[in-house]
Design a protein around this ligand. Structure first.
Ligand code: NDP
Length: 327
């Protein structure tokens, strides 16, 4: 399966490394061959019809210039004219999600499937994107958009098929929680943001995290996907970090979605967690959620650590699932 990768940053470079290292395993274990035919960053798109040498691409990007890889360069728009089956979006979120939405709509129209880690298009244009994919018979997978590497949508699709999800409660955004917890320990807002940036987990514009927007985008996506809704960001109550506030060690940004009396409640807000709450004891770099299901009981899924590597692994998993469905 030939894929085009948009974005070669924290997640993109980890993704290329995993695809390079695991190619033989994917061939022998799953009988799929994943070939990266193009990689784009904000300035350059490199292309090789028989598959890029990923080691070279990683090295070129590390040296500061993707075009140093021994490959053709093409314009960004030409990714729709080359032979690829899947477009993988690892670009930063934009405020209106329009750029990503338009790329996905064009991809579906031109017969491509989409895998994305970019939340903005789905949080703002869910119905339009899903309708276009369905009408063109194309797939979109988006595991990494919510809770980084913690499986949620693949878990729903492959592990709890006999159940509807009745309620969701979770810590799905790392940076906002990390910053609040560091502030509770006496660090300044700026110090905490700098630390999150150094770990590669902050959004390209960190204010997306600290304003609560990133957690809100995730809450919209999970509400739509798990509960069959067509919400947009405007339909959701959410809050962010107050830079002047002294947070407690029990303060967490929690996403909650539930159905009560036929009405859906979805919100992303700062809660004071009790000592008995399983979400309280999570390590700082960890994400988790608890779901109540119809026939699979109450389940908690958590990571010990989350970051760009784990996010990239979730994206690769979506790509492998897609390859297995197509082949
Ligand atoms: P980075 O900012 O590290 O990387 C973004 C990449 O996209 C860069 O290579 C950048 O190019 C490229 N890019 C920017 N604008 C364009 C453009 N117009 N055309 C082509 N390429 C472009 O972000 P991350 O890798 O951290 O995140 C990528 C996506 O994954 C984001 O949507 C984020 O929300 C999501 N995500 C990230 C997580 C994480 O832990 N980091 C967790 C979950 C989701 P250049 O290198 O030239 O600047």
């Amino acid at each position: 399966m030939d894929i085009s990768v948009l974005g070669a940053g924290n997640v993109g470079l980890n993704l290329l490394r995993i695809l390079k290292e695991k190619r033989d395993v994917f061939r022998s274990r799953y009988r799929v061959d994943i070939n990266v035919v193009s990689v784009s960053d904000s300035r350059t798109t490199v292309f090789e019809p028989n598959g890029l040498d990923l080691g070279e691409v990683i090295e070129a990007k590390a040296s500061g210039n993707l075009s140093r890889a021994e490959a053709k360069t093409i314009s960004f728009d030409e990714i729709f004219d080359i032979d690829n089956e899947v477009i993988v979006d690892l670009m930063p979120a934009t405020q209106d999600g329009v750029r990503g939405r338009d790329i996905y709509m064009k991809a579906f129209r031109k017969g491509r499937h989409v895998v994305t880690a970019n939340k903005a298009p789905l949080a703002l244009h869910w119905a339009q994107i899903m309708e276009e994919a369905a009408s063109r018979g194309k797939m979109i997978r988006y595991e990494a958009t919510v809770a980084g590497g913690v499986p949620l949508f693949s878990f729903r699709d492959y592990c709890i098929t006999p159940s509807e999800v009745i309620s969701f409660r979770g810590i799905v955004s790392l940076t906002v929680n990390l910053v609040m917890r560091m502030m509770a320990r006496g660090h300044s807002f700026q110090e905490a943001v700098k630390y999150a940036q150094s770990m590669g987990v902050a959004e390209t514009d960190y204010r997306d995290d600290t304003s609560g927007l990133d957690a809100a985008r995730k809450t919209v996506i999970l509400a739509n996907s798990l509960f069959g809704l067509s919400m947009s960001l405007n339909d959701l109550y959410y809050e962010g970090i107050d830079e002047g506030k002294r947070y407690r060690s029990s303060s967490r940004m929690v996403s909650t979605v539930s159905v009560e009396g036929g009405r859906v409640r979805a919100e992303s807000r700062v809660e004071e967690l009790s000592q008995e709450d399983p979400l309280l004891s999570l390590p700082e770099e960890s994400l988790a959620y608890i779901i109540e299901t119809e026939n699979n009981g109450k389940l908690m899924v958590r990571s010990e650590r989350d970051g760009p590597l784990e996010t990239a692994a979730a994206v690769v998993n979506d790509i492998v699932i897609m390859a297995r469905e197509i082949c």
